[in-house]
Design a protein around this ligand. Structure first.
Ligand SMILES: Cc1cc2nc3c(=O)[nH]c(=O)nc-3n(C[C@H](O)[C@H](O)[C@H](O)COP(=O)(O)O)c2cc1C
Length: 394
């Protein structure tokens, strides 16, 4: 493929570059995959109000996200095992985000450790935390994030139990992993991926190494992680994290208005409206459909970010119109990384930036920070009129 024009192109390249089990791990959702489909379908269903003859020559995409300046309203979402998509994937992603001027969030379950990433970048990055049963370990991770001068902790709240991605089970990406004949064949067919990743320097969960005596590799640590997700997590634990962490606290996985109110009360600086990219509660609403009620519930007390299905600048604009301050990208980032490493991530961000700029202009706006519902077709009085006229005459 010579010309990359969309995230879909990067996805297609990624499909060819990494073994099927890895591609599916990024690409697929839980159970019947209803929610992962809803994320995209509901974004696509939102129409813009096209405006003309408005001077849109003085555009600004710059904003702040959780108090930090960003060149556009997009951040990279935390994704586990990123370093298995591309050698040193987390470092490569963090560098690309830094060069672009947007936040990068490192997952607890990354291949490169907090310290590895810290040594590779000069600007602070975000660290995503799962509350594990081993609370001492949480405290240890928070201290490491602080020592690495991370600017925010993103506390993920929607993985207190694990949803099942059926395709991962079929592909042998289970705990413990199974090396199926097809996996072996897929790996053999992708020698450059195998050389870089399987024989690379970092091949395990960088942040977890040394935590369990005897558990050093991906397999043994995966077994440990599976026992660590904590179904007892409550708002008390969120308050505990708040008391341990002096920096910005972002709560990820809030999809409900009532939870959004509680999140504000817990002292969060921001929330991410997220259904984990359709990887957890199948049947949950799309994030874009949940967004307006969450924004209303927060009533300006904390910033609202959104992820789930964001694959182009138009999607970012849709989320801004419904009250999000910015979007996070998970799969779009991984496709780009798997396809072309750092160059792929920069290409993806550049595509999103250009799409956002053009779409903003065609809705008659100059500034992402001024975007509101008035750029949506449904909110235009004429749209309502047209619909009722069509209805009356049919
Ligand atoms: C392969 C993969 C791994 C993920 N790992 C994590 C993780 O370790 N921690 C976390 O909070 N969210 C994780 N997520 C969820 C993302 O942070 C984000 O919520 C989601 O990808 C957004 O939806 P999108 O993929 O449609 O952009 C992961 C998502 C993917 C696709």
């Amino acid at each position: 493929m010579t010309v990359i024009t969309s995230i879909a192109d990067l996805r297609e390249l990624a499909r060819r570059r990494v073994p099927r089990a890895m591609f599916d791990y990024a690409d697929r959702g839980s159970y019947d995959e209803i929610t992962i489909r809803r994320n995209r379908a509901d974004l696509e269903a939102i129409a813009f109000r096209q405006r003309v003859a408005i001077d849109v020559s003085a555009q600004s995409l710059a904003t702040t996200i959780a108090g930090e300046p960003a060149t556009m309203p997009v951040a990279i979402a935390p994704t586990g095992l990123t370093g298995l998509f591309y050698p040193d994937g987390e470092i490569v992603g963090a560098r690309a985000a830094q060069a672009f001027g947007i936040p990068f969030c490192l997952s607890t379950l990354s291949i490169c450790s907090i310290e590895d990433v810290r040594a590779a970048v000069s600007k602070p990055f975000w660290f995503q935390l799962y509350l594990m049963r081993d609370r001492d370990f949480n405290q240890h991770l928070i201290a490491r994030a602080q020592a690495a001068q991370c600017s925010a902790i993103v506390l993920t709240l929607d993985l207190q139990v694990q949803g099942v991605r059926r395709q991962d089970l079929k592909n042998g990406l289970a705990i413990p992993p199974r090396l199926t004949a097809r996996n072996a064949f897929e790996i053999a067919m992708r020698p450059s991926w195998a050389l870089g990743v399987l024989f690379g320097r970092r091949r395990s969960f960088g942040n977890l190494e040394g935590r369990m005596p005897g558990a050093t590799g991906l397999v043994t640590l995966s077994q440990w992680i599976a026992t660590q997700f904590d179904p007892t997590v409550s708002w008390k634990d969120v308050e505990w994290v708040r008391s341990q962490w002096p920096g910005k606290l972002i709560l990820k996985g809030v999809l409900d208005a009532e939870d959004a109110r509680l999140a504000c009360e817990s002292g969060a600086d921001a929330i991410v409206v997220s259904n984990h990219g359709g990887r957890q509660l199948d049947g949950a609403p799309s994030t874009i459909s949940a967004l307006p009620a969450v924004v209303e519930a927060t009533d300006g007390r904390c910033e609202v970010l959104l992820d789930g299905g964001v694959q182009c600048g138009q999607d970012v604009l849709r989320a801004l119109a419904l009250g999000a301050k910015a979007c996070l990208i998970g799969k779009s980032f991984l496709y780009a990384l798997a396809a072309m490493g750092g160059e792929g991530v920069t290409t993806a961000l550049d595509l999103i930036r250009k799409e956002l700029a053009v779409s903003l202009a065609l809705t008659g706006c100059n500034n992402v920070q001024a975007v509101d519902r008035s750029i949506l077709f449904d909110s235009a009085p004429a749209a309502t009129l047209t619909r009722s006229v069509v209805k009356a005459s049919s």
